[in-house]
Design a protein around this ligand. Structure first.
Ligand code: DGJ
Length: 734
């Protein structure tokens, strides 16, 4: 619900458990942030903007206007006029000046949620959500800025975005347009962010917030392995179950910056948006720029509650398409099985064996097109290599279909190899700086998707392959980050638009793809999980989580990913041992149990793995079919983190009706002479009695306990014998 209190000039945005208050102050109509936190009954907290204490508002004390600008809690801070904290917005006027200030002009409260032109965003019907649009202006520049806020009837998240309109007569340049800001009082916060590298994505980092600026960011052209478009400020006592959390997550897949600044007055400014580095967007008179959406979550119930809010929002109001709420086919991908060394016979032999074991789809990974026999060449030549795929693609797909399996295929549409027919024909289609040798990465360049002819050509190449056979799944990969930013089609003063235009074009291509092929299951991927973000989730219900398939490494990666994203989105496969990335040998059972927390599939040569591993597959397949509805749709809780305790990991999912639950416990190294572990379960019904069954340990007798006992007193999990062992526990209401 959103209400405007006209007399007090206060907007009150209410979600089921939170309130967000915005105020308009003084004759100049400054827009201030009043409050974000637990739901308030009244709208009377505008004193929190401290306009009644020195330096007072400019109408009362204009000689200290600069001091006012420097401490007022701006709802959307612009810079250059005396607010010395880092702003969210910056402009270069035709005269080369940078200062700007926004004043309230008007507002409207709308049922539903408007689309954001060209961008992925959360959505909801007129019954499900309400939107506030505040129109502000800088009359000296000739510019309007619209601040957009949406609240959902069934969710505690608030979404925000910003649109800038040039209402003047001359073009100006936007050099910074962040999407969200929170100016708040500092309360001994810590910041939580997600960091990583290739094969080590989204590890949780928590550290104290100090004076000055602290940020996480990417200007790699994608959300990246290294940092993640997520930031949470939490009370230093916040745990999984208790305490305050202010979180932001960016619905965008390109450069970003998430930042917190603690100022001289112990005020904190938290912000998120497109990274201003290398960003410069020319806005002609009459044109507008739409910045992407930020999702904000506040809770005083700890990290589990934050996670629950994100998961529910994304499941219901972001992810789309046929597979949104559906069990995904169990796939087998040939990447770790064969790398580039495969042909029709090899793929069919894998498919034949896999189909006998209950696997439902074969995915042909990198290497099926052009002259691609290694990662040195042929990106852009999206024509089947009939020397490898002898008999042609349709033949292969038909044969796989005859086995009762679906067929999926890999593409890397955004790339071009210097050694490719495409590059030989169109060297100017690669992003590069003129008269400077372009920097290669994995021996490839990035296509200049700001050019419509490039997008159209590549789209048609990809779509033609999909039109040629019964292909039901696409893995859309992206294996290098952007550098050498230069487009031959953009004038000098628009080169700073390339990063963002690139992301918009990726969205456009994926939008076209899912429209033309509505039954396609799309899985995004970027050298593992470098583009695992809400922007991509708008197009694909699942994203490959990491190239590291070792189940022990995956614990930390999946814990960090699941902090924000539903388990249904996490691409997770069982692979062979020794693991190809870390060389670790783990039980096949544990590999299956860890992959069960994601989309579940295989990435191995099923004709070559040990017989005892192969024999376990039908039972794993059955387990997937038995538990996937629960894993996909249930509420997720973090019980223990091996990243913190270095001993064991534990998580739980509980069905919405609380009648069923699945607990996964993974031991890292076994240690001598220890007792069983006591774990406190979550999310159960206090008065319901549950039968507790150790699914993969028949020695432990099923017992019945109440939800109350299991949550307060806990459950004992016997120490499994051996390293990297795992335990699956099913709870059923009796
Ligand atoms: C990176 C992906 O993450 C892998 O799964 C695989 O598809 C390779 N690219 C292929 O080049």
């Amino acid at each position: 619900m959103i209400t405007f209190y006209e007399k007090d000039r206060v907007f009150k945005l209410d979600t089921p458990h939170t309130s967000y208050l915005i105020g308009i102050v003084d004759e100049e109509n400054f827009i201030g942030h009043i409050y974000y936190g637990k739901r308030l009954k009244e709208s009377e907290a505008s004193y929190l903007m401290r306009t009644g204490e020195p330096p007072f508002v400019p109408s009362q004390n204009n000689r200290e206007r600069c001091s006012f600008h420097d401490c007022f809690p701006f709802e959307y801070p612009t810079g250059g006029l005396g607010d010395y904290r880092e702003s969210c917005f910056s402009i270069r006027t035709p005269g080369g000046h940078v200062g700007s200030m926004l004043a309230y002009v008007s507002h409207e409260i709308i049922a539903g949620k408007p689309l954001l032109a060209g961008l992925p965003a959360t959505f909801g019907s007129e019954q499900e959500c309400t939107t506030l649009r505040i129109v502000c202006e800088d009359k000296y520049i000739g510019m309007q800025v619209e601040l957009l806020y949406t609240v959902f009837a069934d969710n505690d998240a608030i979404t925000r975005s910003v649109k800038v309109i040039n209402t003047g007569k001359e073009a100006f340049y936007l050099t910074k347009v962040l999407s969200a800001c929170l100016d708040m009082d500092y309360r001994d916060y810590e910041m939580i962010s997600l960091h990583g590298s290739w094969a080590r994505e989204r590890h949780i980092q928590r550290k104290a917030l100090g004076y000055g600026i602290q940020s996480v960011s990417s200007y790699r052209g994608e959300s990246s392995h290294q940092d993640h478009p997520f930031l949470a400020l939490v009370d230093k006592n916040t745990t999984q179950e208790h305490g305050e959390v202010y979180a932001m997550n960016f619905v965008y897949s390109g450069n970003f910056r998430a930042q917190a600044e603690v100022s001289q007055f112990d005020l904190v400014r938290m912000s998120m948006g497109i990274h201003p580095e290398h960003f410069c967007w020319k806005l002609e008179a009459g044109e507008s720029f739409q910045a992407p959406e930020v999702v904000m979550v506040y809770t005083d119930q700890g990290l589990d509650a934050m996670t629950g809010t994100f998961h529910k929002l994304y499941k219901k109001h972001l992810i789309r398409g046929e597979y949104k709420d559906k069990k995904r086919p169990i796939l087998i991908n040939n990447w770790e099985a064969t790398y580039f060394d495969f042909n029709t016979e090899k793929l069919l032999s894998i498919a034949k064996e896999a189909s006998k074991l209950g696997i439902e789809m074969l995915v042909m990974d990198d290497g099926w097109f052009g002259k691609r026999s290694s990662d040195n060449c042929a990106l852009g030549d999206w024509k089947v290599n009939e020397e490898k795929i002898n008999g042609g693609l349709k033949y292969l797909v038909d044969e796989v279909n005859k086995l009762g399996m679906k067929f999926g295929i890999w593409f890397e549409p955004e790339m071009i190899s210097p050694d490719s027919d495409l590059y030989r024909a169109h060297p100017d289609w690669a992003i590069a700086i003129p008269n400077r040798p372009a920097t290669e990465s994995r021996q490839q360049y990035v296509l200049d998707l700001s050019r419509k002819e490039v997008v159209d050509y590549i789209y048609e190449m990809v779509a033609n392959v999909l039109r040629s056979a019964n292909i039901e799944y696409v893995k859309w990969d992206m294996n290098r980050q952007l550098s050498d930013l230069g487009s031959l089609s953009l004038p000098a003063d628009r080169q700073g638009e390339l990063y963002h235009r690139y992301v918009l074009a990726v969205y456009e291509m994926q939008g076209r793809l899912v429209k033309e092929f509505p039954h396609l299951l799309l899985e995004n991927c970027s050298g593992g999980g470098a583009r695992f973000d809400p922007g991509m989730l708008y197009f694909s219900p699942q994203i490959w989580c990491s190239d590291d398939t070792d189940p022990i490494e995956r614990l930390e990666i999946q814990e960090g990913t699941a902090l924000i994203y539903p388990l249904s989105t996490m691409g997770a496969h069982v692979s062979d041992c020794p693991n190809h990335t870390v060389g670790r040998v783990t039980p096949f059972e544990t590999r299956g149990i860890v992959a069960l927390a994601g989309t579940f599939g295989y990435e191995l040569d099923v004709t070559k793995i040990p017989q005892e591993d192969r024999d376990m597959i039908p039972a794993q397949v059955a387990m997937y079919h038995k538990y996937n509805d629960l894993v996909r749709e249930g509420d997720y809780y973090r019980i223990a983190s091996c990243a913190q305790n270095h001993k064991f990991d534990c998580w739980q999912v509980v069905s919405e009706d609380k009648q069923q639950s699945l607990v996964t416990y993974v031991q890292v190294l076994n240690r001598a002479n220890f007792k069983s572990k006591r774990i406190l379960l979550k999310g159960l019904e206090v008065d319901t009695r549950y039968q507790v069954q150790f699914v993969n340990d028949e020695k432990v007798e099923p017992k019945v306990y109440s939800g109350d006992t299991l949550m307060k007193a806990g459950l004992l999990v016997p120490n499994p014998w051996g390293d990297f062992r795992s335990v699956l526990i099913e709870l059923k209401a009796v």
